[in-house]
Design a protein around this ligand. Structure first.
Ligand code: PLP
Length: 436
């Protein structure tokens, strides 16, 4: 594979955007701090993205997670086109809305009832409100390093430690991390390290009568990746139940990726509430809270102009139809196995400390001294971030697009053995360069 040498049009596009748009990108996550400028794309097809200069990239970013069927899949395009012709926004019920809610409540273990929003941030905010309304308590327990969205409360202790450790940003204080964040945002949030069931139990025994809910990614994907220790999720379930505290799973990433029914069906632990977004509609904005009937019916009425809009609902129905087939998840496993076995072997050959593993349609990479960190601090302390950053930058030059900063990659149904083989060939060239 020849390295990509021309990306001038991306550079020019970005520099012009910077004149008009904050940071030159629509979301801060669209830019890799290690690149002088982000690549601008003209189009995507299947597992590939094509930039403004015509270069092709095998993509594992998946639009930050949603693109579980790859780019521009025929089934979703057809469903959305059909819906566009019938109308895009009614602000009223429609028959596909019933079809989708019937499907989702059948697939997701905790989903007795649903409430739609557009983004993961909004749906997590709604879950907090539902938990507070239902329990009559105010505090929420979250885990260090976990990102649940960009609102004031959700940005408590999500990435400040990483930013401080790798010198990318001053750490304003331990918990608040972004400019303009309300100083009172941390007042009702208790932050704990992940994967420590005994500590969790002690905190709930002491403060359970003030705590409305515990929110966690069931598998730390956004900031990790960190796998739950055996029995940890079960412990969260038992202890929360004992103290009448609700358990919320943030399945914004794990939903539809670990399994059709999300991490809760993959790990066999059913929360009281769960939040889904991203992969449910393959690139159209849709999110929802799913939960126990009595909690969902507790008198919080979700508002939002575009909630459950017909376009996203049509896209979700088409996406789920494609995913509702055992073969799909078996194939993700097979491809994940091929990818991680190949990469781990290259790591050994080139004597690089890296560990790759796969879970459903998610591949996790840990470049560092330990193969499976227990919590966020452990991950940061054992991670060779500069090495990972160099790996991502060099892989991009060889036409493979990986997630910056965090070692999690997304497979789609459009990836085949061919793309994995080409990716491993590119990785070999990356290692050759990095170990020179
Ligand atoms: N929760 C998790 C685990 C996420 O990874 C994200 C976004 O990356 C969110 C919530 C927020 O979702 P959104 O960006 O759709 O608001």
């Amino acid at each position: 594979m020849n390295p990509i040498t021309h990306t001038e049009r991306s550079q020019q596009n970005y520099h012009q955007l910077c004149d008009h748009l904050v940071d030159g990108v629509a979301s801060s996550f669209h830019k890799d701090p290690n690149q002088p400028y982000p690549i601008s794309f003209e189009r995507g097809e299947g597992a590939y993205l094509y930039d403004l200069d015509g270069n092709a990239y095998i993509d594992y970013v998946g639009g930050m997670g949603p693109m579980i069927l790859g780019y521009a899949p025929q089934a979703v395009n057809a469903a959305v086109t059909k819906q566009i012709e019938k109308g895009t926004q009614f602000a009223a019920p429609f028959s596909n809305l019933l079809r989708l809610t019937e499907k989702l409540t059948a697939i997701i273990p905790c989903a007795e009832k649903l409430a739609f929003q557009n983004t993961g941030t909004e749906a997590n905010m709604l879950a907090f409100r539902l938990a507070r309304a239902y329990t009559g308590k105010w505090k929420i327990v979250k885990f260090e390093g976990q990102y649940h969205g960009w609102s004031d409360e959700q940005r408590i202790s999500s990435d400040a430690l990483r930013a401080a450790q790798f010198g990318r940003r001053e750490q304003p204080n331990k918990l608040l991390e972004v400019s303009g964040q309300l100083p009172t945002a941390a007042d009702q949030i208790l932050t704990l390290p992940w994967n420590d069931g005994d500590l969790f139990e002690r905190v709930l025994t002491k403060h359970g009568d003030e705590i409305a809910a515990v929110i966690t990614e069931p598998f730390m994907c956004d900031s990790g990746p960190i796998v739950p220790k055996n029995g940890f999720l079960q412990k969260l379930r038992e202890v929360t139940r004992h103290h009448q505290v609700l358990l919320i799973f943030d399945e914004v990433i794990t939903g539809f990726r670990l399994a059709l029914g999300g991490a809760q069906s993959y790990f066999g632990v059913t929360p009281d509430l769960a939040v889904f977004a991203k992969a449910v509609s393959n690139g159209f904005p849709l999110s929802f809270v799913a939960g126990k009937r009595e909690v969902m019916n507790c008198g919080v009425h979700p508002s939002g102009t575009f909630n459950g809009n017909p376009i996203s609902v049509a896209a979700a129905l088409a996406t789920i139809e494609q995913l509702a087939n055992d073969q799909v998840y078996r194939r993700f496993d097979m491809l994940g196995q091929m990818f991680t076995t190949g990469l781990n072997k290259l790591g050994e050959e080139y004597q690089q400390p890296l560990h790759a593993a796969h879970f459903g349609a998610i591949i996790v990479l840990h470049f560092g001294r330990c193969d499976s960190p227990a919590d966020f601090r452990d991950a940061l302390n054992t991670l060779d971030q500069p090495y990972y950053d160099r790996f991502v930058t060099t892989a991009l030059q060889y036409g493979v697009r990986l997630t910056p900063k965090r070692g999690r990659l997304y497979l789609s149904t459009a990836h085949t053995e061919r793309e994995i083989r080409r990716t491993l060939e590119a990785f070999e060239q990356v290692f050759q360069l990095l170990t020179k």
